[in-house]
Design a protein around this ligand. Sequence first.
Ligand code: GLU
Length: 399
Amino acid sequence: MIRLNRRVASLKASSTMAAEMRARELKAAGQDVISLAAGEPDFDTPQRIKHAALQALERGQTKYTPSSGTVELKEAIRLKLARSAGLDYPVAQIMASAGGKQAACNVIATLFDEGDEVILPTPIWVSFAAMVQLSGAEPKALPTEQSDGFLLDPQALGRAITARTRGIVINSPCNPTGAVYPAKRLAALARVFLEAELWVVCDDAYADIVYDLPEPHLFAVEPRLAQRGVVVNTFSKSYAMTGWRLGFAAGPREVIAAAARLQGQNSGNPCSITQAAGIEALTGPQDDVAAMVAEFRRRRDLVARRVRELPGFRLPEVPAGAFYVFPEVSQLLGRTFRGTKISDGDALAGLILEEARVAVVGGNDFGAANHIRLSYAAPLSELEEAFDRIGRLTAQILG
Ligand code: GLU
């Protein structure tokens, strides 16, 4: 057997990507599969953004840029952070990366080290634990309660902090629960973060996709945290740009400079043409974003209703943001259906794909084994059909 680097050898494949790729394989093989797996908007990238990319290509913007991105893109990101979140970051404290994932991974690798613990309030997006492990630090899952809206409890956090705890990841709206932290909870958590001198990585990937009144950003609620925290974000969700790979990070100058050095060694600049498209995405008219969010809201309303009607599914709260539902499915677990033991949410997700031809993601890698995640980044007609299929299956399972 070939000896691989220990941290890389222990890495699991991303379960969100794996579920989506499996659905695509089945579709390519002619099977009638509906994918509610990956968090990937089904909308096309807005025309104005594609046009900016074509113009950049025509102008010959095909060369290296600074590895942390062009000044023009960083200036557009600076304005975006000020406009949407009221955060004030000079361009020198901003870096662009090939996707939010790369930004987050480079920031986590920069901040944390062997011997550190990083708290992940679960359920949380599957890749954070892997990123923390790659940094050499240890991910520490801290479960939140569905009955508390999947929000981190400041007292539980206080109890979980040890002498080794160095950081935490906060994701609001949350992938996979869609929970949005209200200002009051953020203020209570901020006190604990400051007291324990934690580094806070704020994943804002879904910050533009909220359905109620927007809540303030954690670093606007407690500006002192901006000295001990980093914002990471992506163009993928708000602008339907998943394949373009563009994301960014903003934080203290020293941290961003170090993360940019890391990026300069491990990959270099995000695609030059994508960067030009990203400038247009942020600085052009934002009506397309509003239209996509309005459509997501229609789907959210339908999906919340349909999930609640599914035999064996529990969804106490309608998610306030992102485009996922994360129902609890305990009632279906422990049963056997056509020879398959439904031991957890992952087994149920496998069965739903096999028997109902709908791809969803099991909850295990999000840190919640009794749940499954369904993305509603799919057209209404597909969502209706998917829920009909899942409903027939779950009724049979419960017999
Ligand atoms: N972040 C999206 C998801 O959770 C896309 C896939 C991935 O990168 O995990 O489905």
